[in-house]
Ligand binder design. Structure first.
Ligand SMILES: Cc1ncc(COP(=O)(O)O)c(C=O)c1O
Length: 388
């Protein structure tokens, strides 16, 4: 029987990294020692005390049944306490926080709760692709806001044409930013909340990297802005803060009606997060935070190694003290994809072409600092020898 994919799947944009993956496998098959700095998945293990909490909770039969869909009360309270300590924000745990099976899950489902066919969402580009696919699955239309170097990679949402704004229901932002490493200050969020309240636009702020920094300046939350809880929701994750990408836990917090809508979608699709993982997450958020600081320092050192190599090759690197991404310009006259495949072919280092995250990423490339120092030194040496 011929099997046809839904229109929704057919309209998904092609997987831009496919060609790069193919070349990587080909280069590897030639016997080249490939150093993969493509995917943003931390290489370091989850701290031991968090693993111990999981082990203990996994052994308790009380945790073997379906969890409460929106998260255990104790987990929601721990998240609310975290906001109080970290951001000075008061949240009512039961109505203003919801557990997620990793923030990706929440980002992808969120539009299903609020977007009708034909509604517009504003999304940055270059960006994490889920804002676009989530909108598309809900039947919405994404209008892209280019992130440009001259604006510090912040979106110029005020430049969106009036006819688009009229149909806009939801706006996505993501700081600290993947792929650029850019960050936003509280004034940015204040202006955004003000704009969104005036225009009746929901704001979804993806803060997955808020704790990945060595700047000494904690990244603000949109929820710190007075009035934000009327229109904004923040998506958060334990993945990058505690090296827990495989554990699949995060949360959404903010406007109670937005949390309620997301929860309604989720209760029809999934059955919550394994309670043992929630206990481990509580230990992560309440336990010693030394590892968070150490992780930031580690990325600082790793970044210095790679930046030296890129600068020796004559390439401009966008400065930042957030995230584990290095966003840099490809040599003049080269397309990002051609640059990435030349780097791979000539040095065995996998870098991601910036246009894979959206057209405004053309002319840029991204590296993820997710390999040990010795491998990064080797990558930096190989990159420094490249001639363009
Ligand atoms: C910007 C951004 N948001 C969200 C996520 C999803 O993270 P998780 O689902 O592991 O919480 C990622 C993962 O790479 C990301 O880069």
């Amino acid at each position: 029987m011929p099997i046809e994919f839904s229109e929704r799947l057919k309209t998904l944009p092609p997987y831009l990294f496919k060609e790069l993956d193919r070349v990587r496998d080909e280069v590897r098959a030639r016997g080249v020692d490939v150093i993969d700095l493509g995917v943003g998945d931390p290489d370091r293990p989850t701290p031991v005390h968090i693993i111990e909490a999981l082990k203990k909770a996994a052994a308790d039969p009380a945790n073997h049944q379906y969890p409460v869909y929106s998260g255990m009360n104790s987990f929601l309270e721990v998240v609310a306490d975290w906001y109080r300590r970290r951001h000075g924000v008061e949240l009512t745990a039961k109505t203003e926080v919801c557990s997620l099976i990793g923030s990706k899950e929440g980002l992808a489902q969120f539009p299903l709760a609020f977007i009708n066919p034909g509604d517009i969402t504003l999304a940055p580009e270059p960006a994490y692709p889920v804002y676009r696919s989530g909108t598309l699955f809900a039947g919405g239309i994404t209008h892209f806001m280019p992130l440009l170097e001259k604006n510090g990679f912040l979106p110029d949402y005020k430049a969106v044409p009036e006819d688009i704004l009229k149909k806009t229901k939801l706006l996505w932002v993501n700081y600290p930013n993947n792929p650029t490493g850019a960050y936003a200050d509280l004034d940015f969020y204040k202006e955004l909340v003000d704009f969104a309240l005036k225009r009746n636009i929901i704001v979804a702020s993806d803060a997955a990297y808020s704790e990945v920094t060595w700047s000494g300046k904690p990244h603000p939350s949109i929820l710190e802005v007075p009035g934000a809880k009327q229109i904004a929701v923040e998506f958060h994750s334990l993945s990058k803060t505690y090296n827990m990408t495989g554990w699949r836990i995060g949360w959404a917090a903010g406007c109670p009606e937005l949390i309620r809508g997301l929860g309604l979608v989720k209760s029809n699709v999934d059955s919550g997060v394994f309670q043992a993982v929630q206990y481990a997450a509580m230990e992560a958020l309440n336990g010693p935070q030394d590892s968070v600081k150490e992780t930031g320092e580690l990325y600082k050192e790793r970044r210095a190694i790679i930046v030296d190599g890129l600068e020796a090759a004559g390439l401009f690197v966008f400065p930042t003290e957030y995230t584990f991404y290095v966003w840099f310009k490809v040599p003049k006259g080269l397309k990002s994809a051609d640059f990435a495949s030349r780097v791979l072919n000539e040095s065995g280092v996998v870098v991601t072409p910036g246009n894979g995250f959206g057209p405004s990423g053309e002319g840029w490339a991204r590296l993820a600092l997710v390999q040990e120092e010795v491998r990064l030194k080797e990558a930096a040496l190989r990159l420094s020898k490249l001639k363009f």
